[in-house]
Design a protein around this ligand. Structure first.
Ligand SMILES: Nc1ncnc2c1ncn2[C@@H]1O[C@H](COP(=O)(O)OP(=O)(O)OP(=O)(O)O)[C@@H](O)[C@H]1O
Length: 258
């Protein structure tokens, strides 16, 4: 467990960050991968400010890789990612639960408070005036009674609620969520989906990696379907056609054989 990051600190933008005028995020001819091997290539995608988009595709399609590229954890092998507005500092990132070290000895309240790092700075003290905001965020995700509990004693669903509380406090304009509903109970998934709806109505830009296509059809107006490259992007009903899904499956199977 020691190699896993407990908190994903969003790095500063690269020195030649380009202003993506009119876009929340713009990918141009983007290629991302590991050890110089591409996992996702040829991506041209403009993410509109205030849009709510699902990223879907088979296992290994490059969905998490795309979010890691956007947040700056992974540098492009080719092409570029431009972040509009305040740049990467405006991004809130929810990594997959498996990437979070639950053995770290920290209480629920203190982990939620990390969402305030932009306001207080990495080594700043959380003043008393901010305590009500932390309590309110925990209450909003149904964790008001568990503020003093160590995070190691939370269930998977409670941990996910805590990560959403941290995002609430971060107050980010752009939210990148990697499989936010995987391995959590239906009630928690419904509560967190409702919170995403609130963020959308507030005009935030949201991109979520998801596997449940029925849920995507119900709640996400736009979809990016990937399979090591873009298969389709646009209105969800058009993107999630049988033909596109079959093409994505075949593309990923072909990539596995290489
Ligand atoms: N740290 C890594 N080092 C090397 N290869 C990696 C690494 N992370 C992912 N990959 C590879 O990159 C490809 C894309 O992985 P990615 O995690 O982006 O897929 P995904 O679409 O999110 O899949 P899933 O739905 O299974 O989570 C896969 O072939 C994967 O094995």
């Amino acid at each position: 467990m020691s190699g896993k990051p407990h908190l994903v600190v969003v790095p500063d933008p690269p020195p030649v960050a380009v202003e993506a005028a009119g876009a929340a995020i713009r990918c141009r001819n983007l290629c991302l991968g590991y050890d110089r091997r591409p996992a996702l290539r040829d991506l041209d995608w403009t993410v509109r400010p205030g849009s709510l988009t699902a990223v879907v595709g088979p296992n290994g399609a490059g969905k998490s890789t795309l979010l890691k590229g956007m947040v700056g954890v992974l540098a492009p092998l080719g092409g570029s990612i431009e972040i509009g507005g305040e740049g990467r500092a405006a991004i809130g990132y929810l990594p997959q639960q498996a990437e979070i070290d639950r053995s770290f000895p920290i209480a629920v309240r203190d982990m939620a408070a990390m969402g305030l790092w932009r306001r207080v700075g990495p080594f700043g003290a959380i003043g008393r005036d901010l305590a009500p905001r932390i309590e309110a965020a925990l209450a909003a995700v149904g964790l008001g009674d568990l503020a003093n509990r160590p995070i190691g004693a939370l269930s998977g669903g409670q941990m996910q609620r805590l990560l959403f509380a941290r995002l609430l406090l971060q107050d980010a304009r752009v939210l990148l969520l990697d499989e936010p509903f995987t391995a959590i109970d239906a009630r928690t998934a419904a509560d967190l989906l409702a919170l995403i709806g609130v963020w959308h109505r507030e005009g935030r830009t949201i991109i979520a990696v998801l596997h449940d296509l029925d849920q995507v059809r119900r709640a996400f107006p736009e979809t990016l379907l990937v399979a090591r490259r873009v298969v389709a992007v646009g209105p969800t009903a058009e993107v999630l056609s049988e033909a596109n899904l079959e093409r994505a499956r075949l593309l990923c199977e072909g990539a596995e054989g290489r």
